[in-house]
Write a protein that binds this ligand. Structure first.
Ligand code: BT5
Length: 351
């Protein structure tokens, strides 16, 4: 049983290697023909096998022209997040890149890898998630090819009690990326939502493995809706979700991912070398919650107040009507802004 599975895994790996090699050859020749003979030599398989792989690539959206005399020529590359499409040569994040067409959840996969010792900066990217996860076991809708569904492994030098600030750091990097790409209205809602015009365009799920004083690893899951149209969302999400395309920004996903990886790495470097202060300042200028009336749904009850600030730990400070202040820790609360309450949206956006 185990042996059969091993053989199957080796077979699959070899298949992927051959397909990657074919793509590499086609891309190197940039629109000119590569003969079937050369491909079969390089890949060490028969020309019939090459033809089968070409068929499989066509099924995935690669437009490849063939000529009996000249061989194969790449005409168009589909909008995939295949590592060959992403340029992370100058980055630490994404150097180790696990790419999956379909997975239950990239966070689950990344946690398995991190537990086996996979290095910091490794990313897991999927075209589709069948059981994408939000916080507190909520779901994350992740249809094929319509977003960036990824997880990043970090092994930060800071203490476990500082880990929640990582979510704020990622939120800053996400909003900066979105704004740079033209989504000018992108804002952060504490702690893990990115909204445009009150609708959610992205969410962050940070998971940690640690001892009392040491972070073993963090897995940062990011779900960013890039190309969904309103009708692509399930009914329950239509009023509360948006995407980059719905905000008028239509770009290939590989380009968005490249920019995001750059921004994440730069933000992380700043935190690791200089601490969180600068990132928290940036957060304050990019959020949509401070100064707003909020309703907090905490484990000890429901209360309303004003979101006044975030403290040095990244916790939300809420001023209550009686003049007292509450320190809200992410993870066990949901916060609704006045706008969301007034709109009586079918589902609250929880944090
Ligand atoms: C989040 O949770 O916002 C964290 C989402 C993290 C998703 C990424 S994708 C890659 C990685 N692998 C995973 O399995 N997860 C991460 P939360 O704040 O709990 O928000 C979840 C709520 O957002 C749901 O209950 C829905 O109301 C809403 N929602 C679900 N899918 C959405 C989507 N695609 N766009 C906007 N809102 C969505």
């Amino acid at each position: 049983m185990g042996l059969a599975r091993d053989r199957e895994a080796i077979f699959l790996e070899r298949k992927i290697m051959i397909r990657d090699a074919i793509l590499q050859l086609l891309k190197e020749e940039q629109g000119t023909y590569v003969s079937g003979e050369r491909m079969s030599e390089v890949c060490e398989v028969t020309r019939t096998a090459i033809w089968k792989h070409i068929q499989a690539l066509r099924m995935r959206g690669y437009e490849i022209e063939s000529s009996t005399k000249k061989g194969y020529r790449l005409i168009r590359t589909p909008d995939l997040l295949h590592p060959q499409e992403i340029d992370c040569r100058f980055l630490r994040f994404g150097k180790k890149y696990y790419y999956m067409e379909r997975v239950d959840s990239t966070n689950i996969k990344a946690k398995e890898l991190a537990a086996k010792g996979e290095r910091e900066g490794t990313i897991v990217v999927a075209e589709e998630q069948t059981a994408g996860r939000g916080r507190l076991d909520r779901g994350w809708y992740s249809p094929l090819g319509k977003g960036i569904w990824m997880s990043l492994i970090l092994r930060p030098p800071y203490l476990p009690m500082e880990a929640p600030k990582t979510t704020l750091m990622v939120a800053v990097a996400l909003v900066k990326t979105l704004r740079e790409l033209g989504v000018s209205g992108a804002k952060i809602k504490w702690p893990n939502d990115i909204l445009v015009g009150g609708r959610k365009v992205a969410g962050i799920l940070t998971e940690m493995q640690s001892t009392m004083d040491h972070i073993e690893y963090l897995v940062i899951g990011i779900g960013l809706n890039t190309s969904l149209e309103e009708e692509d969302f399930p009914q329950a999400l239509r009023q509360i979700a948006t995407s980059m395309v719905m905000e008028g920004i239509c770009l290939p996903r590989y380009l968005i991912l490249e920019k995001l990886l750059h921004a994440l790495e730069a933000q992380y470097e700043s935190v690791v070398t200089q601490g969180f202060r600068k990132t928290l300042e940036e957060w304050r200028s990019l959020n949509n919650i401070l100064g707003q009336e909020v309703q907090v749904h905490a484990s000890d009850g429901l209360y309303t107040g004003f979101a006044e600030d975030i403290d040095d730990e990244g916790h939300l400070i809420v001023g209550l009507m009686d003049g007292s202040k509450r320190r809200v820790v992410a993870g066990d609360v949901s916060v609704r802004t006045r706008m969301q309450l007034e709109q009586k949206k079918p589902q609250e956006t929880e944090v």
